[in-house]
Design a protein around this ligand. Structure first.
Ligand code: ATP
Ligand code: MG
Length: 608
């Protein structure tokens, strides 16, 4: 999915916008304190991930901190991941560090290169970069399988791990529960030599999948169930996309993840709250492997923050996949999807998502963020950058009945308007060009035969300005046999063209947007709304498919001014008075087939 870079697109690594700057949070405080105390000042970095000896031979680490974003390449990234990306890359950027992009591909079955590519694309598009001197490739956890195996053998030799042949059911029962301590496995006290021999047989394929596991030997009476001898290796005959059939045993996530962090010299390993109970094991494993001289000291430390929950949005990869496979949406990049590709196609910009991440901040307790907060960030960033344009979404023809006499039959008068009306001092706005003639399109709602109280637009006898054009005076309307309006009638007031001397002498109370019949272009406009009607679509065991909004997409034909028809795919606009729209990245064809998506209205009108 590539498209030309729109004229008003954004530089690759944007600085944070001024108001987005650096609200403090608990993670910033921890990092600042670590920097002050020099917690990680003695670390060395060999230029690539590796064990203690590898890094000892390297230089003093030029990166003051190291964070990481470790997605499992098993689906498209969503708005929750965007929060994590902005957080981890943002902290590294702000504190002279590096953030690693690491594919957590230790689970052989679910990964796909389609997802790898889309993740690389998403991180880049959000404005972040993981490259560092001598290395611009993302890391992959599966490259560390050899080390992980060695670490497991070390734990066995040191008496910290054993092969358990209990059935999964026996293991579950003997693990106990919150109120009940676990029971030692009958295999727990085998000798290290015996365990090592069996573990090597596991590796060599002598046993069936699931016949036994390697467990860390910690404490079956621990109040933390995660410390009751967690499994760290299992037998699984599966072809891995990176290592092929080299392995028939694979590390468990809880064992693999701390090791990945340590080999990469991560300092602050930031994850979501559900991993809090895993932290004691993380620390235990780090201590054991540092004791054994396998890993460099000081080890990384894990910190947890609350995951993003956004109202009206689902952020489970599995449920998002269901929407795609059930054809409830057009694909992962459907503009109603909370995926990064979907948000991008909807008109979201990297600036808007960065601002959102900064604004919601990081906390240690779960909460729901209002969807309006996300929309507000988009509006705020597009207000500065999106070119303006006229589009008539519900058109009716306006005929200027005296045009031929005032000008000449067929005359078209060129008009201009600024594309960016609020540029800073000394910065000139680009200019839009279009023409006015005898017939123009206006919004149907801009004419009322009998005006309601306070109505300032077109009704017989009232004058308004056609924005950027002339003042006109309404004289009436033509109707068909059913009474439906076929054309609004008005006369043009001579010498009132916008921007010409004396044009302001005729006072009007309203200026309306319009598009010339001569140069207006038909455009497909996709009016998107929220995908779900329920603010918490999948909370409390609800079937999220039942709360789908049946009106989340309405397709209309609008008439747009020439500058909009010439948009580049992916270019954002403000359709004056209507909202922010984006030329669809997939279906819009510059100049010949304009297709726009509604990104967000001008103000928050949901539920009002
Ligand atoms: P899902 O549960 O939707 O499959 P996941 O957490 O399994 O998502 P990963 O690929 O493991 O997906 O996530 C990569 C990183 O993104 C993790 O560090 C995780 O903490 C973070 N992340 C995922 N979802 C959210 C969220 N909603 N808010 C904040 N961070 C998130
Ligand atoms: Mg995960």
């Amino acid at each position: 999915m590539t498209s030309p870079t729109p004229a008003n697109s954004h530089p690759k690594t944007p600085a944070t916008t001024p108001e987005a700057a650096k609200a403090s949070n608990f993670l910033r405080q921890i990092i600042e304190s670590d920097l002050e105390k020099g917690t990680y000042a003695s670390r060395r970095w060999a230029g690539s991930p590796g064990d203690a000896a590898h890094h000892a031979a390297g230089q003093s680490d030029p990166a003051k901190i190291r964070t990481r974003f470790p997605p499992e390449p098993n689906g498209y990234l969503h708005i929750g991941h965007a929060k994590s990306i902005c957080l981890n890359f943002g902290l590294a950027r702000d504190y002279g560090g590096v953030c690693h992009l690491r594919f957590d591909d230790t689970n052989p079955e679910k990964e796909d290169t389609e997802y790898v590519d889309s993740i690389i694309d998403a991180v880049n598009w959000l404005g972040f970069d993981w490259s560092q001197p001598g290395n611009d490739q993302p890391y992959q956890a599966s490259d560390y399988f050899d080390f992980m195996y060695r670490a497991a053998e070390y734990l066995i030799e040191a008496g910290h791990a054993y092969v358990d042949e209990q059935t999964p059911e026996q293991m579950r029962v003997n693990r106990g529960d919150f109120g009940k301590p676990g029971v030692d496995s009958p295999y727990r006290n085998r000798t290290p030599a015996d365990n090592l021999a069996r573990f090597r047989q596991m590796r060599d394929g002598l046993y069936e999948d699931g016949a036994m596991v390697l467990r860390a030997k910690i404490d079956m009476g621990s109040p933390n169930i995660n410390m009751r001898d967690p499994a760290i290796y299992r037998i699984r005959r599966a072809t891995h996309h990176n290592t092929g059939d080299k392995w028939c045993l694979y590390p468990m996530y809880t064992f693999a993840h701390p090791i990945e962090d340590a080999l990469e010299q991560i300092t602050h390993s930031i994850c979501t709250l559900e991993f809090e109970d895993q932290r004691p094991f993380y620390d235990w494993l780090m201590e054991r492997l540092i004791e054994g001289g396998l890993l460099a000291s000081p080890p990384p430390h894990q910190y947890e923050f609350a995951r993003l929950n956004l109202t009206y949005v689902i952020t489970s990869k599995r449920k998002l996949a269901q929407l795609v496979y059930d054809h409830r949406v057009s694909g992962w990049d459907d503009p109603r999807m909370p995926t990064i590709v979907g948000l991008r196609r909807r008109g979201y910009t990297p600036e808007a998502l960065q601002l959102f991440a900064e604004r919601i901040g990081v906390t240690k307790s779960d909460s729901w963020i209002d969807y309006a907060t996300l929309e507000g960030c988009l509006r705020e960033t597009l207000e500065r950058s999106a070119h303006r344009g006229f589009a008539v979404l519900n058109p009716v023809k306006l005929v200027l009945t005296n045009w031929d006499e005032v000008f000449a039959p067929g005359h078209l008068e060129p008009c201009t308007q600024p594309a960016l009306p609020h540029t800073p001092e000394g910065v000139e706005s680009p200019v839009r060009h279009f023409a006015i003639g005898k017939e123009v399109w206006i919004e149907r709602e801009d004419f009322e035969e009998v005006p309601p109280k306070g109505y300032k637009r077109l009704f017989p006898g009232n004058k308004v300005r056609l924005k950027g054009g002339y003042v006109i005076e309404c004289t009436g309307a033509n109707r068909d046999a059913n009474g439906a309006i076929t054309a609004v009638l008005a006369s043009v007031v001579p010498d009132t063209k916008s921007g010409t001397p004396g044009s302001e002498t005729v006072k009007v109370k309203a200026a309306i947007s319009w598009v010339g019949v001569a140069d207006g272009v038909n455009a497909e406009v996709r009016m998107y709304d929220r995908l779900f009607l329920d603010a918490n679509p999948d909370a409390g065991g609800k079937d999220f498919l039942e709360t789908l909004n049946p009106n989340s997409l309405k397709v209309i034909t609008a008439i747009v001014e020439p500058s909009l028809a010439n948009a580049l795919p992916g270019q954002n606009f403000q359709f004056e008075r209507h909202g922010y729209f984006v030329a669809d990245r997939v279906d819009h064809v510059q100049g010949s087939k304009p297709v726009f998506n509604l990104a967000v209205g001008l103000r928050d009108s949901w539920g009002k």
